[in-house]
Design a protein around this ligand. Structure first.
Ligand SMILES: [Zn+2]
Length: 239
C-alpha cells in the first residue's frame, strides 16, 4: 500500500470493505482507513462489524506489503463485506502528540543548530518521547522548551500536507529527517510533505492535525541523559 487511505481522506472513520483473506485473529481487507503506524508512531485501532458481530482491531501489521488487521479475539472472518470503524479518539490523541513532536523538533533544531533526532516514540496513552543527539545543553534548558511548543499551539498555525517529487526532496536539506514516519512514496515517486507554516517542513507519513491549535498543551515531563551524546525528552498532553 503505497498511498494510505487515511492520507487521502483524513476524516474517514467508517467505511465498507471486503475480506480478502483471513486467519484466526487476523484479517486482510481490500481497503482500510487505519494508519499502519511506523517510525515510532503506533498504528490505529478500531473495530470491524461483520456478519457474526463486532470485533476489536488491536493493531495493524504489514507483512510483505499486505496490511493485516490483528484482532483482539481469535475469530476467523468469512469472505464477505464488513464495516471498518477507526478509533477516532485515539487517532486524535496520537495526531496531537505527533504534530507537537514536529514542533519540538523544529525548536530544538533552531536553538541548537543542526541537532538531529535519533529516535521517537508516540504512544496511544497521551505520552511520547524524542531522543536528540545533544551534548552540552543543560537538562533544565531542555525541560523548559514546552513553553515555546505551547506558544506555537496557541498561535493556531496551519498544518498542510503536500507532495513533492522524491528526487527533488533528496536535494532539499532537512526535508527528510529521522523523526519521519517512514514516508511512503506514491507509485509515481511522490513524497508526502508535512508543512507547519513557517515552523517545520519535512517528509512524513504519519497522522497530523490540520492546525496546531487543535492540540492540548504539551508538558515536558522528564529529560534524561541516555549515553554521552543522547538526550531523551519525555512529554505528555496536558489535559
Ligand atoms: Zn509527522
Amino acid at each position: 500500500m503505497a498511498v494510505y487511505l487515511c492520507h487521502q481522506f483524513p476524516d474517514l472513520h467508517q467505511h465498507e470493505a471486503n475480506v480478502l483473506d483471513a486467519a484466526p485473529g487476523r484479517v486482510l481487507l481490500d481497503r482500510s482507513a487505519l494508519h499502519p503506524g511506523g517510525g515510532g508512531q503506533v498504528s490505529d485501532t478500531g473495530w470491524i462489524e461483520h456478519a457474526g458481530g463486532v470485533v476489536a482491531i488491536a493493531g495493524v501489521e504489514t507483512v510483505d506489503d499486505a496490511v493485516w488487521h490483528v484482532l483482539t479475539e481469535s475469530v476467523e472472518l468469512a469472505a464477505a463485506p464488513v464495516v471498518v470503524l477507526v478509533d477516532a479518539e485515539r487517532r486524535a490523541r496520537v495526531a496531537q502528540l505527533h504534530t507537537d513532536s514536529h514542533i519540538l523538533n523544529a525548536i530544538v533544531f533552531e536553538r541548537f543548530p543542526g541537532t538531529l533526532v535519533t529516535g521517537a516514540q508516540i504512544n496511544d496513552d497521551g505520552t511520547g518521547r524524542m531522543d536528540f543527539d545533544l551534548t552540552e545543553i543543560d537538562n533544565d534548558v531542555l525541560r523548559s522548551l514546552d513553553g515555546a511548543v505551547n506558544e506555537i499551539i496557541r498561535r493556531q498555525v496551519e498544518v498542510r500536507s503536500t507532495y513533492v517529487d522524491a528526487a527533488q526532496a533528496d536535494a532539499v536539506a532537512g526535508l527528510v529527517r529521522s523523526l519521519s514516519v517512514a514516508p511512503p512514496p506514491t507509485p509515481d515517486g511522490q513524497l508526502r510533505i508535512i508543512d507547519i507554516d513557517g515552523i517545520d517542513r519535512q517528509a512524513c507519513g504519519g497522522t497530523h492535525l490540520s492546525n496546531t491549535g487543535q492540540s492540548l498543551p504539551l508538558r515536558i515531563t522528564k529529560v534524561e541523559s541516555k549515553g554521552k551524546r543522547n538526550r531523551r525528552i519525555r512529554f505528555a498532553l496536558d489535559g
